[in-house]
Write a protein of this length. Sequence first.
Length: 479
Amino acid sequence: MENESPTTEPTVVHSLADFGYGTTLSTMPESVVGEAKRVLLDSIGCALAGRDELKGKAGRDLAALSRAAGAGATVIGEAEQSSVMGAAFANAELVSALDFDAILAPGHVAPVVIPVALAMGEVAGSSGRDVLTAIAVGHEVSCRVAFAMDGLRDVVDGTVARRPVVGYSAIVFGATAASAKLMAMDSADTADSIAIAASIAPVHSQGPWAAHVPVQTIKYMVAGTYAQTALTAAYLSRSGHRGDLQILEDADVGYPRFVGSSRWEKDVITADLGDSWRFPDFQTYKPYPHCRVLHGQLDILLALINEHDLKPDEIAEIRSWGEEWHRQPIWLNTRINHVIDAQNSMAHGLALAAHRIKPSKQWQSPDIVFSESVMGLMSRVVTAAHPAYTGQLDCYPNDRPARVEIDARGTTFVGEGRYPKGTPSPDPSTKMTTEELVAKFRTNADGILPAVAIDTVIDTVLGLESVDDIRELTRLLRP
């Protein structure tokens, strides 16, 4: 039997590698550079606020097992450094601990790409320009791969397509590209890194997380393992390992098969790659530390409560309509036995928000989560799917129609909306401004970093292209 000759045709992996290798800050639009800064600042703030949550504490504990003997990498909020692997793991868990982090297809990209870029940039002594470039490349690659495969909000023939296997493994491609960028790999080694990442990508396990109650407290992914997967792939390539450069071409036995995607539109990944940036148009920020499916209803609820000065004990019932795909046990759950149960419960989230507690880590304080008033109001919350949910998704992917009715004082207060705050949309007011993200960062960093350090971190991130060594930033994150 004759051996088949290896393909010499450029593959998707080659295209991603060429994009990562060839992109520099000077080739990126100002809007892309600005978005990289915004998501970096937001992620650092989320990590600082998440340090006392279960995921944050467990991440810090694991990082402590691999303290660096010499120059290492910063665990956000910790005085002692860890190894690059330990810091990336811990910071990924810290960023994702409160469910306060940014949203981008396939779901949560920032908690993986940002920790990889910070850890690798720190040990490499990279400039702020290079770290910003790596962050932008990582987000762009991640969302492009995600757009090619089954997603959480797919609609087919006007009906929600609830896929049995969905997840976030596409993020490892972006995080690997970011790592390779900061390791100064050439295009060939970057390609091997990306191909290796495809072979060792985590499984898609969001399905059982959404379907089974009580929920697993690691949630839909252990972000730290995704970060370490990306770093592992890059280090293996640098050590001489070769990847399967055809692994994204082959829908029968390649990556889309073993992550369970029924859809694989590989041309979506490479279309106008390098000429058109997609992630800034889809990057969403969270004003509330709660699963994004509820944010439209939270906006409306709070607007009604603030306008009419409604008190929790005056409310007879809250009725809300939102996304159809959320009609699964994880979001319908009202058995709140752990604060992580509250992160996703729609009824609990609406009940808590009705108490007008400032969106912060306080939303997941046990004293508030399990308070008699919040738990009592939760029993008076009814949720349903919005009848117009699927109507606009083809034209406006960020559309999340929502409606809330509040029965109080013998009347019914009603509000409706389409684009939750934090979402890029046809309505400019829904996008979170940089000033709003700075305010969110201050709230998250309060009590953890000194006030002067908070100001310096903000200024450093927003001027990061002028920073010669990223360690000027990371040392500020070790109080």
